[in-house]
Design a protein around this ligand. Structure first.
Ligand code: PGA
Length: 257
């Protein structure tokens, strides 16, 4: 058993306006009252326009819920229409920023250079990046899942020093498992999560590798999370669809029963 605190992060994607987000966070706070939050960390990644409201609800209720952005700009400030900076998220009390989600890579053309710049921008703003990596179906079918995912990992963390690397969260999300209902088997998740930790060990040594939380993401639900969490190198989950219902997400957070 590792001494890493598991992280269950809910990626709301482009769902829930601020009123709906407020209702969800308040209900989640109530549901989490029944969960031993000293053993697990819960986070939500709402749309940017919901974050101020989430902040107010979390602070008013002292809710055990961290939050962050689903993305951030690679730039600090200035003429980047439509973008949101890490320091703006930090000013809202955010802890995390997801970087390189497969939907960002697919629909916004984000490559390794962009994800690397965003990882660095997150650290520069005092946020913890959740770097998302994972192979598409054809790479899995060709047996290239480890090689493909590690290439994304190495590109995303290039140039990070050990102090930052130790803080990062990596989310292994095979693209074929995202939003499809087709969850990876615990052994498949473990294979790639262990390879990610191995690559971190090779690059930074055991102290960093043992500290970094490696999440699994892709069709995680309350009914399959416990089995995934039995795997040594799976330290939590990045949850999409199942994070939109307070009761279901609270069950995921409280997977230990
Ligand atoms: P899903 O999404 O849980 O709906 O499969 C996961 C994600 O994309 O983070």
């Amino acid at each position: 058993m590792s001494n890493r605190t598991p992280l269950m992060a809910g990626n709301w994607k482009m769902n829930l306006d601020w009123k709906q987000g407020l209702a969800l966070v308040e209900e989640l706070g109530e549901q989490l009252a029944g969960v031993d939050m000293s053993r697990v960390e819960a986070a939500v990644l709402p749309p940017f326009v919901d974050i101020r409201t989430v902040q107010t609800a979390v602070e008013a209720g002292s809710l055990p819920i961290a939050y962050g952005g689903q993305d951030l700009s690679a730039h600090e400030s200035g003429a980047y229409t439509g973008e949101v900076s890490g320091s703006m998220l930090k000013a809202l009390g955010a802890t995390y920023a997801a970087v390189g989600h497969s939907e960002r890579r697919q629909y916004h053309g984000e490559d390794e250079a962009v994800t690397n710049a965003k990882v660095k921008a997150a650290f520069a703003a005092g946020l913890v990046p959740i770097l998302c990596v994972g192979e598409p179906l054809e790479e899995r079918q060709a047996g290239n899942q480890v090689e493909y995912t590690l290439a994304q990992l190495r590109g995303g963390i290039e140039g990070l020093d050990a102090a930052d690397a130790k803080q990062i969260v990596i989310a292994y999300e095979p693209v074929w498992a995202i939003g499809t209902g087709e969850v990876a088997t615990p052994d498949d998740a473990q294979e790639v999560c262990a390879a990610i930790r191995g690559a971190l060990r090779e690059q930074y040594g055991p102290e960093v590798a043992d500290a970094v939380r490696v999440l699994y993401g892709g069709s995680v639900k309350s009914s399959n999370v416990a089995e995934l969490m039995t795997k040594e190198d799976v330290d939590g989950a990045l949850v999409g669809g199942a994070s939109l219902k307070a009761e279901e997400f609270a069950k995921i957070v409280g997977y230990q029963g």
